[in-house]
Design a protein around this ligand. Structure first.
Ligand SMILES: [Zn+2]
Length: 191
């Protein structure tokens, strides 16, 4: 990265957070390049002790089964992102209940954080478009164990959701805190 993505000036460098980093030295801009990272989200949607799975229609891993999910756009709230992914990939409208897990991976080349949420379905029956998704449905744990090619991280997430009741995970908290950032959401332990 040679130019500032905010103001277009040629980047210099400065020490921030204990490391020398590419940075914009234009007064009032303040851009610092902390490295490339991406955020993903996944959805465990549970209905009658069964979990919503979709079958991938595109490579990599065409034909594999997994929970719905995808990337969180940089200008999108994470709750909107996960509910959007569920609707786009399965046709199900669902609402977030709590956080099941957080997976982090270091940058090769991009660092990634993937947050798995538990959701309750509100409306819509699972459907697939035959292109991006070639299958969709609710499956019990025993059905899932009989299926070929279920992504192991999906199985891990579904097991946690079926073993522990809603609200065990971190829940959305909007009270008593003032976060000075746009589009923020805070999930925390619920007393
Ligand atoms: Zn700048």
């Amino acid at each position: 990265m040679n130019y500032c993505p905010r103001c277009g000036a040629k980047l210099g460098s400065k020490v921030d957070g204990g490391r020398e980093r590419p940075a914009c030295l234009v007064q009032g801009c303040g851009f610092v390049h902390f490295g490339d990272s991406s955020i993903g989200c996944g959805a465990v949607v549970i209905r009658d002790n069964k979990a919503l799975l979709i079958q991938r229609g595109i490579n990599p891993n065409r034909g594999a089964w997994q929970i719905p999910g995808g990337y969180v756009e940089s200008d999108e709230e994470i709750l909107s992102a996960v509910e959007r992914e569920v609707l786009e990939e399965s046709g199900v409208t669902a609402r977030v209940l709590d956080v099941i897990g957080v997976r982090h991976a270091v940058g090769t080349p991009t660092a990634n954080i993937y947050v798995v949420f538990r959701l309750e379905p509100l409306s819509g029956e699972p459907r697939f478009d035959g292109d991006e998704t070639i299958g969709a449905g609710y499956f019990s744990m025993s059905e899932l164990e009989q299926m070929d090619r279920v992504q192991s991280f999906s199985t891990w997430s579904i097991k946690r959701a079926l073993e522990l009741p809603p609200g065990c995970g971190m829940t959305l908290d909007r009270g008593g805190v003032n976060i000075g950032r746009a589009g923020w959401s805070l999930f925390g332990l619920n007393p």
